[in-house]
Design a binder for this molecule. Structure first.
Ligand code: ARG
Length: 444
């Protein structure tokens, strides 16, 4: 029973949050007249001393302690004596305690994750800034589609991560509601003020419903979702890096410090950071899925199943704290072969849309223009030339609609510059986008 029940091996990390909760609760006991000024002062000093002992490692959970709450009660009694130490538990339950601690823990940690993510944003921003004008093949279905700027593509990985940071900020607002005072489920009968405790702990308010306060874990699940989404976004970025670093693509090279060699193949430079990002995304999705499965059939209010929320969310936080800075390092030190990218950009007839767009500007209906562009590609394939290799003499043989004006748009630079609406890949638009990301980052 004890081995099954015991949680100190993972919930000890909440110890300082638990002590902060206890200090706030002691103030509520004082305000309700359940502690004298003298007792409250002694209690507060005792809890501060206990926090110091926890921080220095002087006090730790013992093998006989079931959970962080029990261990700290024992520790407090060591400091202030069993009589005063035994008064603190009045009016609270481990149910409202743990529901509060997990929220304050998550608030602290997701702020750090947001900071970590800003490091990846900074790396993407820096690389985009350094390669503002470089072109590359843009792909859909992994097939050549239309040329784009490398900076545009890099920034396309930054925006989802910026939204993740925004999600974390948003979640922080919802986490800022304290369940303390909900007690076991029905609230406290001792005249304790939940709003006082909430304020002391830096929360915006206390939970309006004590049953919900102790039973809800949707916020933990939401945190697990955002962590999983961060994993997925880093994984998609990583997959691009992995493909770009193959000899066949040859678009990018990893720095030695952020790649590994092979014990047998001397030429190898393996993208382990990117692969671990891809792999950990699966793990983070598993953490979210497992937690939601745990919550699905639970009746209100507290059930011991809820103890199972901790390991998956702690694991997610720990994994991302290690992973995100490594991804930032990998991105910041990537080197790009922009000549190779420029060479490949027009391949696969990626300028075909530009033929059609040119004809539309000449007032040819798009359906006809699309067909003529298709015939142009067919003509090039039949004659073993590229779209850029077309000359004026070829045009009348393809279609009566084609005039020499089309030759001017059949360049990668022309194609890219033409896509000049907001959000498009034209150099001016991407420069604006880069500046916009900069101001979004400042606000996050
Ligand atoms: N370790 C428990 C958890 O994580 C704390 C609350 C225990 N409450 C109880 N009534 N046994 O959920």
């Amino acid at each position: 029973m004890f081995a099954l029940s015991k949680s100190t091996q993972f919930d000890w990390r909440l110890a300082l949050h638990d002590i902060a909760g206890s200090r706030a609760h002691a103030k509520a006991l004082l305000a309700a007249g359940l502690l004298t000024e003298q007792e409250a002062a002694e209690m507060d000093a005792g809890l501060a001393e206990l926090a110091r002992r926890v921080e220095t490692g002087e006090f730790e959970a013992a093998p006989s302690d079931e959970d962080v709450h029990g261990a700290l009660e024992r520790g407090l009694k060591d400091v202030v004596g069993a009589e005063l130490g035994g008064r603190l538990r009045a009016g609270r339950s481990r149910n409202d305690q743990i529901a509060t601690l997990i929220r304050s823990y998550l608030r602290t940690e997701i702020r750090l994750i947001a900071q970590d993510l800003d490091g990846v944003l900074a790396a993407l921003e820096q690389q985009a800034g350094e390669h503002l004008g470089a072109v590359m093949p843009g792909r859909t279905h992994l097939q050549s589609a239309q040329p784009v700027l490398l900076s545009h593509h890099l920034l396309a990985h930054a925006w989802p991560l910026a939204r993740d940071v925004d999600r974390l900020r948003d979640l922080d607002r919802r986490l800022s509601v304290s369940p303390y005072g909900s007690a076991a489920l029905a609230g406290t009968s001792l005249g304790l003020d939940p709003e006082l405790v909430a304020r002391e702990l830096g929360f915006t308010s206390s939970t309006p419903n004590s049953i919900d306060g102790t039973a809800a874990r949707d916020l933990v699940a939401e945190a697990a979702f955002v962590l999983a989404q961060v994993g997925v976004d880093l994984s998609r970025l990583s997959e691009d890096v992995i493909i770009w670093c193959t000899a066949e693509f040859g678009f990018a090279r990893l720095h030695d410090s952020w790649s590994t060699g092979s014990s047998i193949m001397p030429q190898k430079k393996n993208p382990d950071v990117a692969e671990l990002a891809r792999g950990k995304a699966g793990r983070l999705i598993g953490n979210l899925t497992g937690l939601m499965a745990t919550l699905k059939g639970l009746p209100l209010a507290y059930n011991r199943d809820l103890q199972e929320d901790k390991e998956p969310i702690f694991d997610g936080i720990d994994q991302l704290h290690v992973l995100i800075p490594a991804v930032a390092g990998m991105v910041a030190t990537l080197t790009f072969d922009t000549a190779r990218m420029a060479e490949v950009a027009p391949m696969g007839f990626s300028l075909a849309t530009d033929v059609a767009d040119h004809l539309v500007r000449e007032r040819v209906p798009f359906a006809v223009a699309h067909e003529v562009a298709g015939e142009t590609v067919q003509y090039c394939e039949d004659n073993g030339i590229t779209l850029q290799g077309l000359t004026a003499a070829d045009l009348p043989r393809i279609s009566e609609h084609l005039d020499e004006g089309v030759l001017a748009v059949l360049t990668v630079a022309g194609s890219v510059a033409a896509r000049n609406g907001r959000g498009g890949t034209a150099p001016d638009r991407v420069a604006e986008q880069l500046a916009e990301l900069g101001s979004v980052r400042e606000e996050l």
